[in-house]
Design a protein around this ligand. Sequence first.
Ligand code: BES
Ligand code: MN
Ligand code: ZN
Length: 510
Amino acid sequence: MQVHVSNDAATSVATGALVVPVFAGGAVTGVAAEVDTVLGGAIADILASGEIAGKPNETSLVHAKDAPFKRVLVVGLGEREKFTVDALAKYAGTAVRYLGKRGVAALAVALPEGVDAALAASFVAEGAIAATIDTTIYRTEADKPVVTTAVTILAGTHDRAAVDAGAKRGSILGEAVNAARMMALTPANDMTPTHLANRAKELANDAGLEFDVLDEARMEQLGMGSLLGVSRGSDEPATLSVMTYKGDPSSTETIALVGKGLTFDSGGISIKPAENMHEMKYDMSGGAGVIAAMWAIGKLRPKVNVIGLIPSSENLPGHRAMKPGDILRAMNGKTIEVINTDAEGRLILADALCYARKLGATKIIDAATLTGACVIALGHAASGTMSNDDAFVERFLKTVADCGERYWRLPLYPDYDQQIKSDIADLKNTGGRAAGAETAGTFLKNFVAETPWIHLDVAGTAYLDGESPFMAKGPTGTPVRAFVNIVEDFAKNGAPANGVAKSATAATVA
Ligand code: BES
Ligand code: MN
Ligand code: ZN
């Protein structure tokens, strides 16, 4: 997909289809009103007749035989008072999926007035690119492909340079989102830990990042007994990929992004029910998110140091698999009693978090499809967000508020430490049914020491069952957008100082 920017007026642009926004409430304003003069009031009629009300992602197609544009697609943006700029990703995505499935190869998208031009263009580019994905990649004949290959953003009255910059950034973000989604979509027989590491290497090379991958022998040397414990049940060897971006070599600050790369989670000996087990091919979504975000960061070149770590394994009940009651020793020496082999994500993350610190991380953010409990708590509406550092997590939540992904904080009360105390070892890997997302976060807290850290549980948000007007069903690209936004924010505004405002909920296990 090519994203262009043009100064052409919406009223005279020659294109396969022109996309214009309308807000709910009846009045046709801004660029839609200008275009409506060419259409003889058709848009006003559509709204007046109630054909559409201007709700988010509602569409109505108007044919314009004598205009330079052949058609106008009117797309709703909802109430003006509730509008946030990230809605423009859905606006553009809706247009691309509607028109692209109906044979329109090139279209022009108008921006609403009164928005930040760079952000608006970025969201339009990102949403347009994300909308093109074909998820039927294994079909002998793909389903209703989206044929749109070029989107032109009409700068209109907005600052052209800002629109250009935004379109460029949004294109990178959109490609990254799609790269993460395609990795997640790929079934486990074609996406083993080795495949995932190879993909990380390819994307690292493409973006000019340093790359390293630990094999099981190196994990052994480093004492990564927790990650190796999970991989014992599978013939596929575990991998730990490291992607390094040095955007500010003079700085001692390094942000680590860590993503769970469980390429298939059967549950292991504590095997999962068959129903929906196939969805566990998506259990590497956090890892795919890190890989894709690192690629985007390499392309965007913010002035900040970032490392991406992707621990990857299968979780299978092979004859050498870890068993309930087994005790594993993680890289930091802590011993873990395995109560349930299906709580494997926290086990592979434990060693990766230790390794992130060994590599010099001064801030850590991990993302993982970690718990069904998080899906029970928040549904598919938001990712669970946990932290040992109030200042860091508040900064994160503020920065990603309008990034197109939702995050909601969950507590890490000291109470939860008791739930994961083992009778025989330092920790056990499950804390019972109560507060399942938080006890998982509490487990991870044991492997970050004093480093400011945020844990994102994306179990409910990394993939969706239903199709939307703007996106195919399946993987969503979460948490790529949040990762890129927080890294850009650190580059622009500096990282918060460590050790200033420790969270009251951050007491560590003695
Ligand atoms: N990968 C799963 C979590 C998951 C569940 C992700 C549903 C997406 C959708 C994770 O490894 C897991 O199995 N967690 C267990 C933990 C439990 C045994 C403490 C769970 O949530 O049931
Ligand atoms: Mn599991
Ligand atoms: Zn899992």
